[in-house]
Write a protein of this length. Structure first.
Length: 343
């Protein structure tokens, strides 16, 4: 198998670390590997497949000879993605920078792989919550076109990065031991006001927009329409941060144009790659973050008719935000391109 020169930008962060784990687990065919990060993290030593690498500071010269550039996300993508493309790399970017650019494909490989060929050097990885939802929507959409979606998310602190995960752990320890609780990260680290997440829920992920939806909510709405190539779908979202380390959960209500039975939905979901149906109410079997954390597949359960409308279903979906919601999806895009000789 042909091997490729790969760079990981943001190698020391949560998604970057997951890239490394998945490259090892999936025997990703790299010839040379370059680990990049900010000046602050440069010099950190990381092992990949038993070999020690020194993390380098990302500069405009970092992408010479690189064929696949995996970007973990963040504002630096805006600068470095065009730089990497100019150097000859294909960039798979996990930030929100290019997602809604009409010239940049927004890809979930199981859902819309045909759109990859439209790329001009940059491919966008969708928002974590969007990925998890569309994995369950696509097999149902193939039965009957979707008219409307109402989604409420229960998002783990992993979506806020390593700092948010560490803050949850610290807050729980402080509460248990009777110490004052400090909040410095959530809901948005850059804002002045922060709230405790331990034993709490925060109905804000990202900043509010003029329409009173958060940026995260609008990402789910706009990105879903783009991935599914259907601008006629009506979608409304409420995104909530919950005190869970990893794996997002979502309650999804779908209205179809035609009838979709519970049995047909289960059969379609069970046959869809990357989806596991875990749905047995009699035995209290349903998806939970506890069991989907660090797993590659998205799990769907609580599938039932919505009796308030003519053609409606409710379901509950869980998936690991750092894996399928970020690093795994990006790596799968690269794997698809390798398999179909698209580099």
């Amino acid at each position: 198998m042909k091997k490729y020169n790969v760079a990981i930008l943001g190698a020391t962060g949560a998604v970057g670390q997951e890239f490394i784990k998945l490259i090892e687990e999936r025997n990703f065919p790299y010839a040379d590997l370059k680990l990049l990060a900010s000046k602050r993290s440069a010099g950190t030593k990381l092992k990949v497949n038993g070999k020690e690498y020194v993390v380098e500071e990302a500069t405009d010269d970092s992408f010479e000879g690189v064929q696949i550039a995996l970007f973990a996300g963040g504002s630096i993508s805006k600068h470095f993605a065009p730089v990497a493309v100019k150097a000859g790399a294909v960039v798979i970017d996990n930030s929100s920078t290019f997602r809604m650019d009409p010239e940049v494909p927004l890809i979930v490989p199981e859902v819309n792989p045909e759109a990859i060929k439209q790329h001009r050097g940059i491919i966008a990885n969708p928002n974590c919550s969007t990925i998890i939802m569309v994995m369950a929507l696509k097999p149902l959409y193939d039965i009957s076109k979707i008219k409307r979606i109402v989604v409420s998310t229960y998002q783990a602190v992993s979506g806020g990065g390593k700092e948010a995960m560490a803050e949850l752990e610290t807050q729980v320890d402080d509460i248990v031991n009777g110490r004052p609780v400090k909040a410095e990260v959530l809901p948005v680290a850059s804002m002045e006001k922060h709230y405790q997440i331990a034993f709490n829920l925060i109905p804000q992920i990202d900043v509010f927009k003029e329409n009173l939806y958060t940026k995260e909510e609008m990402k789910m709405i706009d990105e879903t329409k783009k991935i599914m190539a259907d601008q006629t779908m009506r979608i409304t979202a409420t995104t909530v941060r919950v005190p869970v380390y990893r794996s997002h959960a979502e309650s999804v209500n779908v209205e179809f144009e035609g009838d979709v039975s519970v049995e047909a939905a289960k059969k379609a979901l069970d046959a869809f790659p990357g989806v596991i149906v875990r749905d047995n109410p009699d035995e209290q079997v349903y998806p939970m973050p506890l069991f989907t954390s660090s797993k590659n597949d998205v799990e769907v359960g609580r599938i039932r008719k919505d009796y308030s409308i003519e053609h409606g279903l409710n379901f509950w979906v869980c998936g690991d935000q750092i894996r399928k919601g970020a690093a795994l999806n990006a790596l799968q895009i690269a794997e698809y391109m390798i398999e179909h000789d698209m580099f």
